[in-house]
Design a protein around this ligand. Structure first.
Ligand SMILES: O=C(O)CCC(=O)C(=O)O
Length: 337
């Protein structure tokens, strides 16, 4: 079968705040940062230690009989376990206690206290573990949005999705493959909301998703201690190559009032984008007053207008800076520090 070309994610070493803000963040491309100090978690977070310090507080987890989680057909269930029991089960391949099958897979995406209102914060939900993890100071404290535990069974694959905030995904233990796609490839990913319907990215159903191979595939394998910068809107798909513990930190890359206030997961479209999408729906509804051939005509003209006004690579779209090495011009509202 035809294969997507794999482009490695660029690797950077000796990255400090200045380097990140000057050379990495403004490019709006993913970057693998090696050797950033993540704190004592790298040595300390053994299974026994995690179980002891994380305690027996309840966590809500995803459980599935197969490693590839499918949001479309919901092939997983949500269950609750004490954290120490969850970590034990996620680390083993066969379980004596289980919900669905003795080789079921587990995934934790930690949540805030009040799931619907509060973003996850390791300092609040896991204070005894949070002290071992040093959040890199690559953004101002008031830009911080959430810090999230990502703990997966070996083999677990999380579907391709985007978030609306900038993200540093830290791999603390275990290895993880991450595949990324640019926001400019959104139309090749067959989106359903913030997720791609193409679940099997390694062997996609090309009858259903013929344009998927047009998306440029970026790929890297995170080793313990690695930090992956995932710019807002970049699609990512993760596969745990081993049982692994990670933490990701989201921060507000745009001004605070650009974001939806009810956004505990960091994946709700910015307020202006949501308003624009609603306006588009109204415009499409208005076109329904016309016969099909007129709708076709005006629909095409609307597409052209949208392209002219919004595409970064369109001749008339506003460009602030062009860099042959970057996919997008720097955004005018990128905070310098
Ligand atoms: O590492 C994972 O399991 C998923 C990470 C992720 O989706 C994120 O950081 O937004």
């Amino acid at each position: 079968m035809e294969e997507q070309e794999r482009t490695p994610v660029s690797i950077f070493t000796q990255v400090d705040r200045d380097v990140f803000l000057r050379d990495i963040c403004p490019k709006r491309r993913p970057a693998l940062l090696r050797g950033v100090d993540l704190g004592p978690c790298l040595e300390k977070w053994t299974l026994e230690y995690l179980r002891l310090r994380g305690g027996d507080q309840d966590v809500k987890i995803h459980v599935s009989t197969v490693p590839q989680m499918d949001f479309l057909h919901k092939n997983f269930v949500y269950k609750t376990l004490p954290f120490n029991e969850f970590v034990k089960r996620a680390s083993e391949k066969k379980h004596s206690d289980f919900f669905l099958s003795e080789d079921e897979h587990y995934y934790l995406r930690s949540l805030g206290e009040d799931v619907r209102k509060e973003p996850a914060d390791l300092n609040k939900q896991f204070p005894h573990l949070a002290e071992d993890f040093h959040v890199p100071h690559f953004f101002e404290p008031d830009q911080f949005f959430s810090s999230v535990f990502r703990i997966s069974s070996c083999g677990l694959q999380l579907w391709t999705h985007y978030d609306v905030m900038d993200n540093l995904l830290a791999q603390v233990t275990g290895r993880k493959r991450v595949v990324l796609y640019s926001p400019q490839d959104a139309l090749h990913l067959y989106l359903s909301g913030d997720k791609s319907e193409v679940l099997d990215i390694d062997s996609p159903d090309l009858k259903r998703f013929p344009d998927f191979l047009k998306a440029k595939r970026y790929e890297c394998v995170l080793e313990p201690g690695d930090l992956l910068f995932i710019p807002a809107l970049w699609f990512h798909n993760t596969t745990a190559l081993q049982f692994g513990v990670g933490v990701n930190v989201f921060w507000r890359h745009l001004a605070a009032d650009c974001y939806d206030r009810k956004n505990p997961y960091g994946n709700k479209d910015p307020v202006a984008a949501a308003r624009a999408l609603q306006a588009l729906e109204r415009a499409l509804h208005t076109l329904e007053e016309l016969p099909a051939d007129y709708r076709d005509f005006y629909g095409r003209r609307m597409i052209q207008r949208i392209q002219e006004r919004t595409y970064c690579d369109s001749v008339s779209a506003t460009k602030t800076e062009e860099d042959s090495d970057s996919t997008l011009p720097s955004m005018p509202f990128t905070k310098p520090g």
